[in-house]
Write a protein that binds this ligand. Structure first.
Ligand code: HEC
Ligand code: HEC
Length: 230
C-alpha cells in the first residue's frame, strides 16, 4: 500500500512525466509539418487551386486527407493515380471518363482553372501522410502497354498508358469501359483509326468513347501503335 504522501508523489511525477512526453510529441509533430507538407512547393497556383476547391465545395462530395463527404472518391492521391493528362480531360468533361455512370459536376472551368486545381491536387498528393490512404482505391494499371503486349512495334505513347488504359485493356491489363484493343490493327485501317481517335462522334454518333482532343503528334503515335496490335 502506498501512503498518502507516496500516492501524491506518484500522481505528481506520473502526471508531470506524461505531460512532458505529450508536449514533446506535439512539438515534434508540428516541427515536421513544413517538411512533410512540402511547404516550399506551395506556389501561388496551388493556392489558387485550393480557392477553387473551396469555392466549389468539392468537399461536399469528396474527401481530401480524409476530410469531407463520402459520396465521391477520396482525392488525396488523385494526381498520383491518374496523372495530369487524365485529370485535364476529366475536369474539362467528367462524363467523358465515366460514360453512363453517376456524374461528377461539369464545372466549365477555364484551362487556367483546371491547371490550378491540378496543381493543388499534385501538391496534396505529395504530402507525406504516413501512407494515408492505404491503397490507391482507383488505381490504373500503371504498366505500360508496350510491356504488356508481345507484338513488336512502336512503343505506346505516354498518353496511352495514362488515359486510354483507363477504359481499354491491352494484353489483359486495363479498364473495361471500352473494348479490349488486342488485335485492333487487324480490324481497322490506319485511316479509320486516326479518324476515330480524332473525333469518335463523327464516325459513330452517340458513342461513349470521348473526343480526347488529341494533338497531331499523339494521333500519329497512337495510330502507329494501334496498327502494330495484330
Ligand atoms: C456533387 C458531387 C461532386 C462534387 C461537388 C464534386 N465532385 Fe468530383 N466526383 C464526383 C463523383 C461522383 C466522382 C466519380 C466519378 C463519376 O462518377 O463521375 C468524382 C470524381 C472526381 C475525380 C476523379 C477521381 C478519380 O480518380 O476517378 C476528381 C479529380 C474530382 N472528382 C475532382 C473534383 C473537384 C476538383 C471538385 C470541385 C471543384 C469536385 N470533384 C466536386 C462528384 C462530385
Ligand atoms: C472514357 C473511356 C474511354 C477512353 C478514355 C478511351 N476510349 Fe476508346 N473506346 C471507348 C468505348 C466505350 C469504345 C466503344 C465505342 C463504341 O463502340 O461506340 C471505344 C472504342 C475504341 C476503339 C475501337 C475499338 C474496336 O475494337 O472497335 C479504339 C481503337 C479506341 N477506342 C482507342 C482509344 C484510344 C487510343 C484511347 C486513348 C487515346 C481511347 N480509346 C480512350 C471508351 C474510351
Amino acid at each position: 500500500m502506498l501512503s498518502k504522501s507516496q500516492a501524491r508523489l506518484f500522481f505528481l511525477t506520473a502526471t508531470a512525466g506524461f505531460s512532458g512526453v505529450f508536449l514533446f510529441l506535439t512539438v515534434d509533430t508540428i516541427r515536421q509539418v513544413p517538411e512533410r507538407s512540402n511547404e516550399d512547393a506551395m506556389t501561388e497556383q496551388v493556392v489558387r487551386g485550393k480557392e477553387i476547391w473551396e469555392k466549389n465545395n468539392c468537399m461536399g462530395c469528396h474527401t481530401i486527407l480524409g476530410e469531407g463527404a463520402y459520396y465521391a472518391p477520396e482525392l488525396t492521391r488523385a494526381y498520383v493515380r491518374r496523372g495530369e493528362d487524365w485529370l485535364k480531360i476529366f475536369l474539362a468533361d467528367p462524363q467523358a471518363m465515366y460514360p453512363g455512370q453517376r456524374k461528377m459536376v461539369q464545372y466549365d472551368f477555364s484551362e487556367q482553372e483546371i491547371d490550378d486545381v491540378i496543381a493543388f491536387l499534385k501538391w496534396i498528393g505529395e504530402i507525406d501522410t504516413n501512407g494515408f490512404p492505404r491503397e490507391p482505391d482507383l488505381a490504373l494499371p500503371v504498366q505500360t502497354a508496350a510491356a504488356s503486349t508481345s507484338s513488336p512495334g512502336p512503343a505506346a505513347p505516354a498518353i496511352f498508358s495514362t488515359v486510354c488504359v483507363g477504359c481499354h485493356a491491352l494484353g489483359g491489363q486495363g479498364g473495361v469501359v471500352g473494348p479490349a484493343l488486342d488485335g485492333v490493327g487487324m480490324r481497322y485501317s490506319e485511316a479509320e483509326l486516326r479518324a476515330w481517335l480524332a473525333d469518335p462522334q463523327s464516325i459513330k454518333p452517340g458513342t461513349t468513347m470521348p473526343n480526347l482532343t488529341l494533338s497531331d503528334a499523339d494521333l500519329d503515335g497512337l495510330t502507329a501503335f494501334l496498327m502494330a496490335q495484330k
